[in-house]
Design a protein. Structure first.
Length: 194
C-alpha cells in the first residue's frame, strides 16, 4: 500500500482527506513522522505555497508526500483574500476574524460571487505533480452552521441552499475544491504512471 505524508497542521483538512481516501492509501500526518516545525508559507501563489509544504517534507524526511494550499477568492474583492486567506483578519489564523473582515468588506455589495481554489502538490520519488480543484458559490450575509472550518459558515456553493458548514464531511468532499483536487490526485495514483 502506498504511504503518503499529508503536510498539514490543520486537523480538519487531515480528517477530510482521510475520509476521501478511504482504505486505498495510508495517510500519515506530520505528527506520525515526528515533524513539529511550522512550515513558513512565503510564496505569493497557492501553487508556490503548496510546493513549499511538500518539498519541505520530502527534503527533510525523504518521504513521498503532498501538501495543499487553499484560498477563498472573492470577485468583488479582486480575488482577495486568496493566498492570504489564513491571516486575512490579522495574525493567528483566527477564523472568526477572517470571516468578519470578508463580511465587512462585502457589506452593501450585490456581487457576492466567490470561489475556493485548492492546489495540491504531490512529490513521488522526488518528482512533483500538481492538481487543482475549484468550487464556485457566494458569500452569505451571515454565518450558517457549525461544521467544517475556516470560511465554511459563510460560503454557499452554487446549486445548494446551505453553507459548507451545514454539510457533512462526505457531502462537502463530493463538491469541494479540496475534494476535487484530491479526486484528481487519487486517479493519478491509481493509474500508477509515475
Ligand atoms: P496548512 O497550511 O497547515 O495545511 P492552513 O489552515 O494554514 O493549514 P491553508 O493555508 O491552505 O491552510 O488555508 C488558508 C485558509 O483558508 C485556512 O486557514 C482557512 O481559513 C481557509 N480554508 C482552507 N480550506 C478551507 C475549506 O475547505 N473551507 C473553508 N475555509 C478553508
Amino acid at each position: 500500500m502506498i504511504e503518503l505524508v499529508f503536510a498539514t497542521n490543520n486537523q480538519h483538512k487531515l480528517e477530510e482527506i482521510i475520509t476521501a481516501v478511504g482504505t486505498k492509501f495510508k495517510i500519515l500526518s506530520l505528527d506520525d513522522i515526528g515533524c513539529r516545525e511550522d512550515i513558513a508559507e512565503t510564496a505569493e501563489t497557492l501553487e508556490g505555497n503548496a510546493s513549499i509544504k511538500s518539498h519541505y517534507i520530502f527534503d527533510n524526511y525523504g518521504k513521498n508526500c503532498f501538501g495543499d494550499d487553499t484560498g477563498l477568492e472573492v470577485e468583488a474583492l479582486d480575488g482577495r483574500p486568496g493566498v492570504y486567506s489564513a491571516r486575512y483578519g490579522g495574525p493567528g489564523h483566527d477564523h472568526e476574524k477572517n470571516m468578519d473582515r470578508v463580511l465587512a468588506e462585502l457589506n452593501g455589495t450585490d456581487n457576492r460571487k466567490a470561489r475556493f481554489r485548492t492546489v495540491i502538490s504531490l512529490i513521488i520519488d522526488g518528482k512533483e505533480y500538481q492538481f487543482e480543484g475549484c468550487v464556485s458559490g457566494e458569500i452569505m450575509t451571515e454565518r450558517h452552521g457549525d461544521k467544517g472550518f475556516g470560511y465554511d459558515p459563510i460560503f454557499r456553493p452554487n446549486g445548494y441552499h446551505t453553507s459548507f458548514a451545514e454539510m457533512d464531511l462526505e457531502e462537502k468532499n463530493k463538491i469541494s475544491h479540496r475534494g476535487k483536487a484530491m479526486a484528481k490526485l487519487l486517479e493519478f495514483l491509481q493509474k500508477g504512471d509515475f
